[in-house]
Structures are given as structure tokens and as C-alpha cells.
Design a protein around this ligand. Structure first.
Ligand code: SD4
Length: 333
């Protein structure tokens, strides 16, 4: 799809939000929300960005955007790719279990209107991102947990299945042989998918889905399904999402912080970096865990920053689906 929009230049602090401008070239478009800068240059849209090396997921999200569908649809479709990938051991089927051998999943989704849906400690359902969307769209609540979330999923037509694959069961059994309860996130156990998208109409959505920390205590929930921590979207400003040790993201309300820093004028990159610095300031020992943030602003600019080396992101923009290693804080010489 070639995006052709006719945008009037209405500048608001350098970035104008043009409501009601005609937009053609995409099927389902009504009015454009695509920002232009003071010089009349349009944001480079659409854009999809996700944590880690998730080419297939970003490609799927891009395909949905190219059909002229919403950022929300793109996020759900993209996240489902990783949830269905049994080889990935941090998301959906194949996710590493807690220390008792239970696979428990957390996910959330947020749309352009600030609506949010989430599931925590969900068992036996492969696509928590879709259950989260159903919570958002079909219930008066924003979060369902555990047995209630499972019951809601089954009543909504999702099927129960065993999510513990042979590969993950073997890894858990091996872990038990030497187990010392000291989970280290994202140094060897990562790939939680946090994804942000802006559609051709200029609207932003985000999602985050994970099996959480491998071999966690039963009942443990991380940042990924918690609004403001693992994900936050404000369609006037931008969005942010996180991967890494959820406890540290939760304590600093990382994604909300990044969006607020962008509201104050920081670029997505500067905002992600400052959110990592907040974590550094509160921790004496930053060597043993990883955190990675990604962000987009309304202009379609992206940013990403890690605590440690080894945080990768995948971005699909201007027709290119590319991986990049992020810059990071803990540069040991
Ligand atoms: C959590 N943030 O549950 C998630 C884990 C993660 O890549 O990001 N893994 O704390």
C-alpha cells in the first residue's frame, strides 16, 4: 500500500496533530491523525518496533498495517506470532515454567483511546495477548488473573492446551538438579515481546506478552501485564514498553516514565536512557540483570536502550524489517 495523505500544516509545539485531514490510499481510513512538523514534513509511518529479534512478528504486524488496518490489530497479530512459536522460551507455548513446573503467562494491550486490557498468571491458553484484548473490549474490567482469566478465556472460545513443551520441561528438570533460587533475567532467559505500532492514520497501540521470569516463584507476576510498567501508550505523545527484570521496571514505573519524559520534550532515545538511569540510581549492583526499553513518539521516531549489552530490537519502517543492537548503560571496560 502506498500511503498518500494530504495533510494541512497545523503546528503544536513543532508537531502538529492534524485532525480531519483527508487521507486516501488505504481502505479503512477515515480521518488522519498523522503529525507534521513545523516545516510540514510528515511522520514516517507506519512503524512497528519490538523487543528482541522478532522479524516474523514485526513482519506480521507490518502486513496488517499495509492492509490499512489499525495499530491495535497489528499489535495483536504480531504478538501472536511469538506466542505460537514453541521454540521461543519466554512467550506463549514453550515458555519456561515456574519452579513448580507450571507455565504461567502475562500479557497486556493498549489502544489509541487509552483503553487497556490485561491477563496475569494465565495458564493453558496459548494467546494471552488476544485474551487481554477481549478483557479490554468485552468486559467492564481491565485485568483478570489466574483461574478467573482462564475461565474467561475458555468462555470466550479459546482452547486449553498444555503449554509445557518437551524442550522446556527438560530445561526445568535440568535446572532443578542444581537449582539455587537466583533467577537472572535476560542474560540467558529473554525474548519477552513488547511491541509498539503506529498505523498509517497516525494512531498508536502497544502490547506486551511473556511467560515471565524462568523458574520464578509460583504466583509471581512481573511488569509485562501492568499498565505503566511493562507498557504505556498515550496517543497524543507516544508509547513505551519494556523487557527484562520486571521487578525493577515495576519499581520505577518505567513505560509511563518514558512517555512522560517524551511529553516533556525528550526524544524516545533520551527518554529510554533516562528510564534506565533511574534504575541504575536505585541499585548498587547492576551487573546481574538486564532491562531494555523501546519507545516511539507521535512523529514516528523510535528509541531503545538497554542496561546491559545484548539488548536487540526489531524495527519495521519504510518497508525495511531490521534488527539493531541497542546502546546500553553498563559498559564495562
Ligand atoms: C518479567 N519482563 O516477567 C518480564 C520478563 C522478560 O524477557 O522481559 N523477559 O519480568
Amino acid at each position: 500500500m502506498k500511503r498518500r495523505t494530504f495533510i494541512q500544516n497545523a503546528s503544536l509545539s513543532g508537531v502538529g496533530l492534524v485532525a480531519g485531514a483527508a487521507a486516501i490510499g488505504c481502505n479503512n481510513k477515515t480521518e488522519s491523525n498523522v503529525p507534521v512538523d513545523a516545516a510540514g514534513k510528515e511522520a514516517v509511518l507506519p512503524v512497528v518496533i519490538a523487543t528482541w529479534n522478532v522479524h516474523d512478528a514485526t513482519a506480521k504486524a507490518w502486513e496488517v498495517l499495509e492492509e490499512g488496518r489499525s495499530a491495535l490489530d497489528a499489535i495483536e497479530a504480531g504478538c501472536r506470532v511469538e506466542e505460537a512459536n514453541a521454540e521461543g522460551q519466554s512467550v506463549g507455548i514453550g515458555g519456561l515454567p515456574d519452579r513448580d513446573g507450571n507455565v504461567t503467562l502475562d500479557a497486556c494491550i493498549m489502544d489509541k483511546d487509552g483503553n487497556y486490557g490485561s491477563v496475569v498468571y494465565l495458564q493453558d491458553i496459548k494467546h494471552p495477548i488476544s485474551v487481554a484484548r477481549k478483557v479490554m473490549e468485552d468486559t467492564p474490567h481491565v485485568m483478570l488473573a489466574g483461574a478467573g482469566a482462564r475461565q474467561f478465556a475458555l468462555e470466550s472460545g479459546f482452547e486449553a492446551e498444555d503449554l509445557l513443551t518437551e524442550k522446556s520441561r527438560k530445561a526445568w528438570e535440568k535446572w532443578k538438579e542444581t537449582s539455587e533460587y537466583k533467577p537472572i533475567i535476560n542474560i540467558e532467559n529473554h525474548d519477552t515481546i513488547g511491541m509498539l505500532a503506529i498505523d498509517a492514520n497516525g494512531d498508536i497501540a502497544g502490547g506486551c506478552t511473556t511467560s515471565g521470569l524462568a523458574y520464578k516463584m509460583a504466583g509471581r507476576v512481573g511488569d509485562s501485564p501492568i499498565i505503566g510498567a511493562g507498557l504505556f501508550v498515550d496517543n497524543e505523545i507516544g508509547g513505551a514498553t519494556a523487557t527484562g527484570l520486571g521487578e525493577e521496571v515495576l519499581k520505577t514505573v518505567g513505560s509511563f516514565l518514558i512517555v512522560e519524559l517524551m511529553r516533556q520534550g525528550k526524544s524516545p532515545q533520551q527518554a529510554c536512557k533516562e528510564a534506565i538511569q533511574r534504575i541504575v540510581a536505585k541499585n548498587d549492583n547492576i551487573d546481574n540483570f538486564q532491562i531494555g526499553y523501546i519507545a516511539v513518539n507521535k512523529k514516528g521516531e523510535v528509541g531503545y536502550y538497554g542496561l546491559q549489552e545484548g539488548f536487540w530490537v526489531t524495527k519495521y519502517q519504510e518497508g525495511k524489517n531490521e534488527n539493531s543492537a541497542s546502546d546500553y548503560y553498563n559498559k564495562k571496560s
